[in-house]
Design a protein around this ligand. Structure first.
Ligand code: ZN
Ligand code: ZN
Ligand code: ZN
Length: 87
């Protein structure tokens, strides 16, 4: 493990899993959906289904991975805000 950069913790919307907002959600209710495949098997601890991003509707990555455009955009935004405040 090499962590030169401090990890930026992104908060997801509890309801739709979006990174755009945390409250006042106008997105779909995804609280019962699997974070990996988007299926209704959230209870399953280990999902072996094919990854599917809830945010991009693409099936080559899961939401929250570095391959997710939505995730990366939110990360960049978070970082730039932190740099601006000198944190
Ligand atoms: Zn939301
Ligand atoms: Zn799943
Ligand atoms: Zn994605």
């Amino acid at each position: 493990m090499c962590s030169i950069e401090r990890r930026v913790q992104l908060q997801q919307c509890f309801r739709c899993s979006s990174y755009d907002h945390k409250r006042e959600c106008e997105g779909p209710d995804r609280t019962k959906l699997c974070q990996r495949c988007g299926g209704e098997n959230r209870r399953a601890k280990q999902c072996h289904n094919r990854r599917r991003c809830l945010l991009c509707n693409k099936d080559d990555h899961s939401s929250g991975s570095g391959r997710c455009g939505n995730f990366r955009a939110a990360l960049m935004k978070e970082r730039s805000e932190r740099e601006a405040t000198g944190f």
